[in-house]
Design a protein around this ligand. Structure first.
Ligand SMILES: C[S@@+](CC[C@H](N)C(=O)[O-])C[C@H]1O[C@@H](n2cnc3c(N)ncnc32)[C@H](O)[C@@H]1O
Length: 216
């Protein structure tokens, strides 16, 4: 792997049971809810609480982005064009495989905030992706990752599958810390789960500019 900080992860951490091209797995159109109504509402509440309303990128997106109110501009990046086209909140869609190419097809300082729902566990090169998210964010922008306790197990990385829900928050926080360019992340249990799906969130604010190095 390219990024030097991957030495912090055990060998095999980013392996998956299904190492075939992601385009094969995501070719069927899945117009389904990946979490229940309560967790979806929880994501929307978090976005509203954080006031994510401007120029926004929804990374690893599908047909629903969970915003209570559609942001001024919402770009989607995902694997399945039909799913992205079905998203009523989208203003722009891009089909792009982040495991094949972890760089984002937008210029520097392009978005106010970036979100990623129920998907961070599929990234095999998260440090490069988190680094590039920092690049496309404007100063003060946040990257908000949410997840529950469900996944496509053959496509999730082994390190994620082996971790408890609370350790998964630490995994995402570690991506922020090791990729640099981020203030200390917030880890939050939004819905404890039980009757409904649990909902966890990890987010951080980008440092002043994409050239500024984190001292952590
Ligand atoms: C469980 S779904 C979540 C979809 C949506 N964010 C939501 O909350 O309903 C996982 C999503 O990750 C996207 N994804 C998976 N692997 C990807 C990759 N290598 N590059 C970009 N997107 C990917 C897929 O397109 C899929 O929509």
């Amino acid at each position: 792997m390219g990024h030097a900080e991957y030495e912090h992860f055990a060998s095999g951490f980013f392996d998956r049971a299904d190492e075939n091209d992601d385009a094969i797995f995501y070719e069927p159109v899945r117009l389904v809810q990946h979490i229940d109504d309560a967790a979806i509402a929880g994501v929307g509440e978090l976005y509203a609480e954080l006031d994510i309303t401007g120029d926004v990128l929804d990374l690893m997106s599908s047909w629903i982005s969970h915003f209570e109110t559609t942001p001024d501009r919402l770009a989607l990046l995902g694997m399945n064009e039909a799913e992205l086209r079905a998203n009523p909140q989208a203003s722009e869609i891009v089909v792009h495989d982040l495991n094949a190419d972890p760089s984002l097809p937008w210029p520097d300082d392009h978005f106010d905030d970036v979100v990623c729902a129920m998907s961070v566990d599929y990234l095999t090169r998260p440090l490069e992706v988190f680094e590039d998210v920092a690049r496309v964010l404007r100063p003060g922008g946040r990257f908000v990752c949410t997840f529950s306790n469900r996944c496509f197990p053959t496509k999730a990385i082994r390190g994620w599958l082996a971790a408890s829900d609370s350790l998964r928050g630490e995994i995402v926080a570690t991506y922020f810390r090791l990729s640099g360019h981020w203030q200390e992340p917030t880890i939050d249990t939004r819905i404890r789960g039980g009757v409904t799906d649990p909902l966890y969130a990890v987010w951080a604010t980008v440092l002043g500019s994409s050239n500024e190095e984190s001292d952590t």
